[in-house]
Design a binder for this molecule. Structure first.
Ligand SMILES: Nc1ncnc2c1ncn2[C@@H]1O[C@H](COP(=O)(O)OP(=O)(O)O)[C@@H](O)[C@H]1O
Ligand SMILES: [Mg+2]
Length: 250
């Protein structure tokens, strides 16, 4: 089953009395359980594409099909972790991670028990009652990811989740995300502007051009799983890196 089909998506914003073309005929697909990355220059329209998948922004042209059209709405299929405004500062970690399910009308006690069991896996045991401001950057991102995973959708849309982290924390988080992915089995559609990150994590990578974005390259990543940090030095990895750099910079 193909979870996300985007066909020939075009979108312009209206800025200062003139149209700003952002997406210019983008077609991408994400299959069930697949890990797919979207990479492209800053400002090329990656977040806009996510917002279109979620139904928060309407495309000017093109077709969006989620879960083969079998679900009532985007919210039933995808859990979205936006690039900004991830956690509510006035809610504790526990209060934040159960939010999606609570809003969905589930018994808060049941959801909280389920969240409690995952705290260890997300490296947040002992911090259930802390507030976002008291956590490190990595912990905040894990809490936001936990909220996304707890929403229990078959597709996770992750918009540059590790963009603000230092290199070491980021590498650890990448490895850990692959464990979460293997354990829960959702499809992941992952936005990044980091070439190594896209290759390391993904089954497939779509490379976008500068705005207005088109797909410059669609790459199948031929690296065995499970992935190891040292994989980034293999010749296969470096060959993929060159393919992506050629597509991005020329
Ligand atoms: N709501 C909006 N109104 C007008 N312009 C927008 C809006 N959202 C994004 N843009 C512009 O569209 C372009 C693409 O933005 P975005 O999708 O956030 O890019 P990316 O995520 O790839 O960095 C940028 O130039 C941005 O300034
Ligand atoms: Mg963005």
């Amino acid at each position: 089953m193909t979870m996300i089909i985007l066909e020939d998506i075009a979108k312009s914003y209206w800025v200062g009395g003139a149209p700003l073309p952002v997406l210019d005929g983008v077609s991408v697909q994400v299959g069930e359980g697949e890990f797919v990355s979207l990479i492209g220059p800053s400002g090329c329209g990656k977040s806009t594409l996510f917002s279109i998948i979620c139904g928060l922004t309407a495309p000017d042209r093109g077709r969006v099909v989620l879960d083969g059209g079998n679900s009532a709405g985007a919210g039933d299929v995808v859990a979205y972790m936006p690039q900004k405004d991830l956690l509510l500062p006035w809610r504790t970690v526990l209060g934040n991670v159960v939010l999606a399910r609570e809003v969905g009308g589930e018994d808060p006690k049941v959801v909280k028990r389920e969240a409690q069991e995952l705290m260890e896996l997300f490296g947040l045991a002992g911090f259930e009652n802390s507030y976002p401001a008291d956590l490190s950057g990595g912990m905040r991102q894990r809490a936001a990811l936990m909220r996304t995973v707890l929403a229990r959708r078959r597709v996770l849309l992750l918009d540059e989740p590790f963009g603000a982290l230092d290199a070491l924390t980021r590498a650890k988080m990448q490895q850990w995300l692959l464990e979460i992915w293997a354990r829960f089995g959702p499809a992941v559609f992952f936005v990044t502007h980091d070439i190594d990150e896209a290759i390391f994590l993904s089954d497939r990578v779509y490379v976008l051009t500068q705005r207005p974005a088109r797909v410059a390259l669609h790459l199948q990543v031929h690296l065995p799983r499970p992935r190891r940090l040292a994989d980034v030095t293999t010749s296969g990895f470096l060959a993929h890196k060159k393919q992506i750099m050629d597509a991005l910079y020329f």
